[in-house]
Design a protein around this ligand. Structure first.
Ligand code: ADP
Ligand code: F6P
Length: 320
């Protein structure tokens, strides 16, 4: 029976990470385990920025964005020496199991530490929803809702000025935030790297729509494509419709998590501790058809995430 576990958040933060930390801490305590909080991801594990947590350590955080454990990117942990230091710190404190809340990079680190004998469980936490082994990642829903609210506001001013608003949303290499926000905001066009696009064709359809009475336009651009300003400039040149670019940026990573993020984070945190309780490590928690499942970390990292091309096509088809 595992007696002591640690929990850390790593990589980009995401709303709902606090709910996951809370669930991990309280589940572990309810099962008679001791829990250590590790600050700033793997950095804290290497430097020893580690503190004991009790049930009150996670009071009043379920509704807060960000992560109370802080997060960081830690290049040293990518080296064998870094992993060895982290393992030595775990041994020193008697930490036998570790819950890592983060993305694919963080899971690679968790696999390295698992290989050294620390039982690691990954919980997918990233606004991008770009982790292949799971239908859902913590933070995705909140980020999309934030993006939707921002685009709704842009639409107000775009409509008043008969303009085209080109909005870049986050998602590193993936268009999941873009396609869902685009649908939710009734975007005229969605540009992601997963579906081929042609600016001349987009400009032509904008002009066709304008000729039928449409006066304002919203184009959602995924971060992976980038160049929102260049796209706005090109569309303005091609259509003579006044266009403005907005990059939403890190605002999408903040804010109070939605119900979905709090619930999924709590379920995943609970599940992760259940795995550790059984002496299971080197796994990533995922959602499959709504149910929680877990995968070997290497297997999880080798999976490919499908993009919802159908959703993209629906958006295009009904954007009159
Ligand atoms: P995310 O977890 O959101 O994908 P990163 O890719 O920045 O974010 O990874 C977070 C941290 O995980 C890195 O700073 C590093 O400490 C660790 N990490 C990332 N990639 C690896 C790797 N290939 N091997 C070991 N550790 C890694
Ligand atoms: O992975 C989450 C994310 O917000 C991506 O959407 C974005 O590309 C990246 O992190 C930004 O990272 P940083 O915080 O380093 O600017």
């Amino acid at each position: 029976m595992i007696k002591k576990i640690g929990v850390l958040t790593s990589g980009g933060d995401a709303p709902g990470m606090n709910a996951a930390v809370r669930a991990v801490v309280r589940t572990a305590i309810s099962k008679g385990m001791e829990v250590y909080g590790i600050r700033r991801g793997y950095m804290g594990l290497i430097t020893g920025d580690i503190f004991p947590m009790d049930e009150r350590s996670v009071s009043d955080i379920i509704h807060r964005g960000g992560t109370v454990l802080y997060t960081a990117r830690c290049p040293e942990f990518r080296t064998a020496e870094g992993v060895a230091k982290a393992k030595a710190k775990c041994d020193e404190l008697g930490i036998e199991g570790l819950v890592v809340i983060g993305g694919d990079g963080s899971f690679r680190g968790a696999a390295d530490l698992s290989a050294q004998g620390v039982l690691c469980i990954g919980i997918p936490g990233t606004i991008d929803n770009d982790i292949a082994c799971t239908e859902y990642t913590i933070g995705f829903d909140t980020a999309m809702n934030t993006a939707m609210e921002m685009v709704d506001k842009l639409r107000d001013t775009s409509q008043s000025h008969d303009r085209c608003s080109v909005v870049e949303v986050m998602g590193r290499g993936a268009g999941h935030i873009a396609v869902n926000t685009g649908i939710a905001c009734g975007a005229t066009d969605i540009i992601t790297k997963e579906v081929a696009y042609d600016l001349d064709a987009i400009a032509n359809t904008m002009l066709e729509k304008k000729s039928k009475g449409k006066q304002n336009f919203v184009v959602i651009v995924a971060e992976g494509i980038g160049h929102a300003q260049e796209i706005a400039t090109a569309l303005q040149e091609k259509t003579h419709i006044e266009s403005r670019a907005t990059v939403l940026g890190h605002v999408q990573r903040g804010g109070s998590p939605t119900v979905r993020d709090r619930v999924e984070a709590t379920r995943m945190g609970y599940y992760a501790v259940e795995l550790l309780e059984q002496g299971i490590g080197n796994r990533v928690v995922g959602v499959n058809k709504g149910e929680l499942v877990d995968y070997d970390i290497q297997e999880a990292l080798s999976m490919q995430k499908p993009y919802d091309v159908k959703l993209h096509k629906i958006a295009e088809q009904i954007a009159f």
